[in-house]
Design a protein around this ligand. Structure first.
Ligand code: ATP
Length: 199
């Protein structure tokens, strides 16, 4: 699996349609300070379901939409499409190539797309959980984050290792089952109370 292509429009400093083609192996993006290199990493985080705009160096959701310059009007929508080569089927779907898309309109409305079909954010997050590209993954490390990981709490470090090893998927499933057991236990208790009253 590798990140093959990014299509960005209206996202942060990328006002116009921008296509970034990546090759297998190491790709290096160079440019002067403030030209938008980190915004590319932010675009990847965002399309993978990042919901905390502060992680994208913004204050409010709208901050990720291109807000105009002296020469260009603000955009009404931010969109990022990320295409992944999945010929090794590391992502558990039949497709050899997957395009994940996210859009945000100034009205606040947003959309997630998987190979052009609308899906829920949860579907995208589930798809990548445990592949190393999940929300708490180590694959995108921003400036200063390495220090945070090294000096972080044991619990946070454990989550990173669980994401990298893929075991986080099982932990989430276990937590869901635990919640269902708790709900069922409550239902049984209520049922026992009702039976008790009827007897
Ligand atoms: P450095 O090398 O200094 O780390 P960089 O190339 O990583 O810089 P970024 O941090 O990606 O640069 O981009 C910063 C630029 O993005 C700033 O010029 C900022 O004004 C611009 N920017 C951020 N959000 C928006 C937005 N919503 N609309 C327009 N421009 C934006």
């Amino acid at each position: 699996m590798y990140l093959k292509r990014l299509d960005i429009k209206g996202f942060k400093s990328f006002a116009n349609e921008t296509e970034i083609i990546l090759e297998p192996g190491i790709n290096i993006i160079v440019g002067p300070n403030g030209c938008g290199k980190s915004n590319i990493a932010d675009a990847v985080r965002w399309v993978l379901g990042e919901g905390n705009v502060r992680q994208l160096r913004g204050q409010k959701n709208e901050d990720i939409i291109f807000n105009g310059t002296d020469k260009q009007k603000p955009q009404g929508m931010a969109m990022v499409d990320m295409t992944i080569d999945n010929s090794d089927h590391m992502l558990p779907v039949e497709y050899g190539e997957i395009t994940v898309g996210r859009k945000l309109f100034r009205s606040g409305e947003s959309e997630y797309l998987l190979n052009k079909s609308r899906v829920r954010m949860k579907d995208i997050v589930n798809l990548f959980t445990g592949t190393g590209l999940g929300k708490r993954g180590y694959s995108i490390i921003g400036q200063g984050e390495l220090e945070q990981v090294l000096n972080g709490q044991a619990f946070d470090r454990r989550l990173i290792l669980e994401e990298a090893s893929g075991s986080i998927r099982f932990r989430q499933q276990r937590d869901e089952v635990k919640q269902r057991i708790a709900a069922t236990t409550q239902d049984l208790q209520r049922l026992a109370d009702i039976i008790g009253e009827l007897e």
